[in-house]
Design a protein around this ligand. Structure first.
Ligand code: 5BU
Length: 246
């Protein structure tokens, strides 16, 4: 939120490109208008630990936290180990996503993996998803919030950005102590590819989201800078209006 306030943007860039150079180019182009960088490191076809440092450097130069959307889901001990491995996520990610499906101990496993390398990071638990037909029921969301609100490792929840009603519901359940970040957001709302659903960025923030996760809405647009600015403005305007109404 501090970075968001400095940049007047609640945009988390979903940088779903396939090569390190493309990624760096995208970050350097829209960096000033976004507040965090969301990666899928296992999508990168030319991954190399040394070359990956270019992405980390570019994120640092642009004042961005790095959020690896790995969606960990295994038992606590294995999730801890998976934070290492070939990508060594624990050594560079500030934030990661995790499912609550295997039980509450996954959050301690992930927390321990950062301790293993003397770093601190935060977890976003998937409380809702934006894709149609997902199995994260309202009762499941309750369990996610029970775990998350009781854990110092959990900094927030992923909510369904395509539905203002679901975001409000999640905000009511989670209270004000945790962040809600929402994918499934596009200035052109409707249905995306392969079951993705979209809602409006302004509506998402107005209904309680603290960060809009935007991918193709930015990297597929003809003018990436203009598009990033438009998402930043929609998100910031909505936050100001929401806080004015408190
Ligand atoms: P898009 O291009 O803005 O649709 O990309 C959305 C990104 O958010 C993409 O990286 C997904 O992996 C991610 N995402 C999502 O779309 N929906 C979800 O419920 C979760 C993550 Br969790």
């Amino acid at each position: 939120m501090e970075i968001s306030t400095r940049k007047k943007s609640l945009v988390i860039l979903a940088a779903d490109l396939y090569t390190i150079d493309e990624l760096v180019n995208l970050i350097d182009t829209v960096g000033p208008y976004i507040s965090a960088l969301k990666t899928h490191v296992d999508m990168i076809i030319d991954f190399d630990k040394l070359k990956w440092k270019k992405v980390l450097k570019s994120a640092e130069n642009n004042d961005l936290m790095i959020f690896e959307d790995r969606k960990f889901a295994d038992i606590g001990k294995i999730s801890q180990i998976q934070m290492g491995g070939i990508y060594d996520i624990r050594s560079w990610a500030d934030l990661v996503t995790a499912h609550r499906i295997s039980g509450p101990d996954i959050v301690d496993g992930l927390g321990a993996s950062w301790s293993d390398v003397e770093r601190i990071g935060g977890i976003f638990l998937l409380a809702q998803m934006s894709s149609r037909g997902n199995l994260l029921s309202s009762e499941y969301t309750d369990e996610v919030v029970n775990t998350g609100n009781g854990s110092p490792h959990v900094v927030g929840y992923i909510g369904n950005g395509s539905s203002a009603a679901e975001i409000s519901d999640l905000r009511e359940k989670s209270g004000d102590g945790k962040l809600i970040w929402t994918p499934g957001v596009n200035l052109e709302t409707g249905v995306g590819k392969l079951g993705q659903r979209y809602g409006n960025p302004y509506d998402a923030i107005k209904s309680g989201s603290d960060g809009i996760i935007v991918g193709s809405g930015i990297y597929n647009s003809k003018d990436r800078v203009e598009s990033a600015k438009a998402y930043a403005k929609a998100s910031w305007d909505a936050l100001i209006e929401r806080e004015d109404n408190v």
